[in-house]
Design a protein around this ligand. Structure first.
Ligand SMILES: [Zn+2]
Length: 216
């Protein structure tokens, strides 16, 4: 993809999150890695209904702004850069505060249940990273433990929100949408009763599917 196409893709999936109620007007951020090893990222505090591709900002891997503009990159730029540095395979990072996923982040509870999807798409659980004040380096001080040591692509941020990543912008979005639905299903199912358990053999098979999918 050209940088212009990436800018258009970022705008498309940023607005889509807003249309689906996953984001408020001014919150959240979305980025992609370019072929020049720079990052394209959404600007801070701009109305999603007014964002255009030429408002998406290019920065280098040290966070220096490369565009001549009065706009500023997202205040969570440092978090995005850290993930790209930790995981050269990842091409896009998304952060939001979607309601059901963030409810789990708020109570500090990993998102884990016996839905087949939990194993196939997330390897069994979505952990909660300890709290760090939004917009500071503390947000990502523990990311290595999750993105590298545990090879996770999706993380809940304690008392804050959700971060997803993927090999494309669409994949990072897909995970954010699926996590939100999974969190909603978990809350709904718990009003009905305990999970109908999957066998250990079936869980292992589903995790194998997860690992194969990630390696292809
Ligand atoms: Zn946030």
């Amino acid at each position: 993809m050209t940088n212009q196409e990436l800018r258009e893709e970022i705008v498309y999936y940023f607005k889509k999150q807003y249309d689906l109620g996953m984001l408020n007007t001014f919150e959240g951020n979305l980025s992609a890695r370019t072929g020049d090893n720079t990052i394209l990222i959404t600007p801070t505090r701009q109305d999603k209904e007014r964002i255009t591709p030429n408002m998406i900002l290019e920065v280098d891997m040290d966070g220096r702004l490369l565009d001549d503009t009065t706009l500023s990159p997202s205040t969570e730029l440092g978090m995005h850069l850290e993930i790209y540095k930790l995981r050269p395979d990842l091409q896009s990072v998304l952060h939001n505060h979607s309601a059901y996923a963030t409810a789990f982040a708020l109570v500090g509870r990993p998102l884990a249940n016996d839905m087949a999807e939990s194993f196939m798409f997330y390897g069994g659980d979505i952990p909660v990273c300890p709290y760090g004040r939004p917009g500071t380096d503390d947000v990502f001080r523990d990311f290595k433990k999750y993105f590298v040591d545990r090879d996770k692509d999706v993380l809940l941020l304690a008392n804050h929100g959700l971060v997803t990543s993927g090999k494309s912008i669409g994949e990072a979005f897909d995970k954010a949408e699926a996590v939100e639905k999974l969190a909603k299903i978990t809350i709904l199912s718990e009003t009905l009763g305990p999970d109908n358990p999957l066998s250990a053999v079936e869980k292992a098979k589903l995790i194998e599917i997860y690992n194969n999918r990630r390696n292809n």
